[in-house]
Write a protein of this length. Sequence first.
Length: 486
Amino acid sequence: MSSIARTNATGEHGMLPELIAWSSSLSLDRALAREDLLGSAAHVTMLARTGLVATDDALALRGAILEMFDAAEAGTLKLDDGEEDIHMAVEAELARRLGAVSGRLHTARSRNDQVALDLRLHVRDQASVTLAELADLVGKLADRAAKEKDVVLPAYTHRQRAQPISAAFLICAWGAQLVRAGEVVAFALGRADELALGSGACSGSSLPIDRPLVAKLLGFPRVTANALDTVGDRDFALDWTWAASRVLLSLGKLSADLVDYSTAEFGLVKLDGRIAAGSSMMPQKKNPDIFELLRGKTARGIGNVVALLTLVKGLPSGYNRDQQEDRQTLLETGPLVRGALRAVDLSLPAVTFDGVRGEASLAEGFTQATDLAEALVRRGIPFREAYKAVGALVRTAVEANVALSGVPLATRLALHASLDDAALASLDPRAAVAAKESVGGTGPKSVDVQIAALHAASRELAARARKTPTLSALAKALSTELLEPR
Ligand code: ARG
């Protein structure tokens, strides 16, 4: 608790040590050390270029800051406990290393705009890495779909067998949802991609600072527009947790499908031992724990959105210390969503579709009833009439306990003159899949278009991710920036 009084400029009382400890965010903030140091390196570069800090002082400051950055990256940075947050802890360490000159770093800066900067750097970095990993998974789903075009299985509505589809089409459905989630991640990345530093405590600075220069040094395409808004703004954090939840929801649906499909009742996929968990009691068990956990982790993602919404609701303008409670939620989000993406990436190769079982579950023809009705429509029969005729055929087959095609010709023709043998060709599940070539349908040409679209989306999302410079690349570039006044 060496520097308790440092935020107490009036020299009256320092806060009670126990309350400092209780209110400190340092233990969580340590994860933001690189972001904080990077911001300081850019800030001091700007202070030198604008003549607010002498070149020699800036050189010493930036050298020490970047040394600490390297240590943070290597996991060897030591920062004393007992500070209120990462910003004070870094300043205390700089004071220890450099002495009085460290007192120049905080010129035209507040912890309010520092934390606003650090969190944006963090979200931008995490969102770009997440986006790259998501784009990779979308590409892999497209590749996998291309390999599963011949497998047919039922699609479900209301969790009842509905219509035949290809496994490729199912995988494309997972991919489509994941791409939408990726677009939300890209949006969140864009929202965080603004320079907050230079807002000061709440109203800017009277000193001749150069915010566009700091933005350029940190790879931000723009600076925030209003200092008061900036220090109180956690919208970018909300957008990020929402985006992460969208990714988790999408992986959760894929998981819910696989949990069901791997049961003996569905039997549509097999999970090999690399991803299946056993039971401590039942020797026969092969459980889909990974996919259950993927569904379960979505709850944490959604909880984080709600926590942040609740935190910012009702806050007045400007910085409020409540905002520090964003930390756990925000820091947890990147690892949570990236862990889930990785788990799916590792698991999918160990999932095999059971095409024989898939076809068997379509064999009675009931899931092709709509295809039969559509065959009648092709002959000019109004859909409602065809629907009723096939409905009557379904009832007859169910009552006789036979497949649709098992109803004798004479009985069929008595139900409707068009229910002849030629019409029954549409009951073949493969023919039914092959015929659905409407845009977005399960037909093979339509699925090829969907696969190509997933590849294109994967490339686009990856390109968006690559536009964000890494924290270490930014630090490296800063080390050679001029420190002379212009
Ligand atoms: N620890 C604070 C946070 O993380 C930093 C800003 C604190 N500002 C202040 N005036 N106490 O939100």
